[in-house]
Design a protein around this ligand. Structure first.
Ligand code: F6R
Length: 240
């Protein structure tokens, strides 16, 4: 476990982008695991800048952690749309190499199995990027999720639904379920980078790194992974 404490959001984004760049330089055919939310926006911006300077994404494959149930790929709040807007459209990645669970699938259980199978067929994830929820969640694996879980349909907690409400026109539009890689799926990645920025993440970062390994703090499972780097800014490291 490596812990990199950097000054601020920008330094966090640069440090994580450099790790991704190193991975692509070592193996242009790498399989990356990707996250959405506010935390990785700076990483995607920096990677787009690296692309303008020549970094090639043509051979890369990506798998996103999660997607809302019930939102079509072109819905402005879908994670597919987020990825398209913030990253995929800015680099030369092949659309067919980008994978996100299909939250609009008819058969959600079958979609979860298909997603796990696709990751296995790709040879597994080489480098997984993660953010962390203020309750310690990773992906949409809320506190209490079994460490043995694989990609599954999850019910979002009331606090996550309320956090998301600001992005939707009416409370009825806010998704209450998501498809998410499970804890086991995440732990199968060969290397993991967790990023955290801001004082509202300080308790979660502290619990994940210094607390007991427990499903009550999903990110604490990362203490058991052999190749994890936490890249946290000073505010998020405030309780370490
Ligand atoms: C996103 C994801 C979530 C977020 C977490 C932090 O794909 O899986 O676990 O990483 O909720 O969100 P932000 O970065 O918005 O604070």
């Amino acid at each position: 476990m490596k812990i990199l404490v950097v000054a601020d959001y920008e330094s966090m984004s640069n440090a994580a982008a450099q790790i991704v760049q190193g991975q692509i330089a070592r193996d242009p055919r790498s399989v990356l695991g990707l996250a959405t939310g506010s935390t990785p926006l700076g990483v995607y911006k920096t990677l787009a800048e690296y692309h303008r300077q020549g970094l090639d994404f043509a051979e890369l494959t990506t798998f996103n952690l999660d997607e809302y149930v019930g939102l079509a790929a072109d819905h402005p709040q879908s994670y597919r749309h987020y990825m398209q807007e913030n990253f995929f459209s800015k680099v030369n990645i092949r659309p067919e190499n980008t994978h996100i669970p299909n939250g609009a699938a008819q058969d959600l259980q079958a979609e979860c199995l298909r997603y796990e199978q696709l990751m296995a067929e790709a040879g597994g994830i080489d480098l997984q990027l993660l953010g962390i929820g203020s309750n310690g969640h990773i992906g949409f694996n809320e506190p209490g999720t079994a460490f043995g879980s694989q990609t599954q349909v999850v019910d979002l907690t009331e606090s996550t639904i309320q956090d998301n409400a600001r992005f939707f026109a009416t409370p009825q539009d806010v998704p209450t379920q998501a498809l998410s890689m499970g804890i086991k799926s995440i732990m199968q990645a060969k290397a993991i980078v967790l990023m955290a920025s801001g004082a509202n993440k300080a308790d979660a970062v502290h619990a994940a790194l210094r607390g007991p390994v427990t499903p009550h703090v999903p990110a604490s499972v990362l203490q058991l992974h052999p190749f994890v780097t936490f890249v946290v800014d000073q505010a998020a490291a405030g309780r370490l």
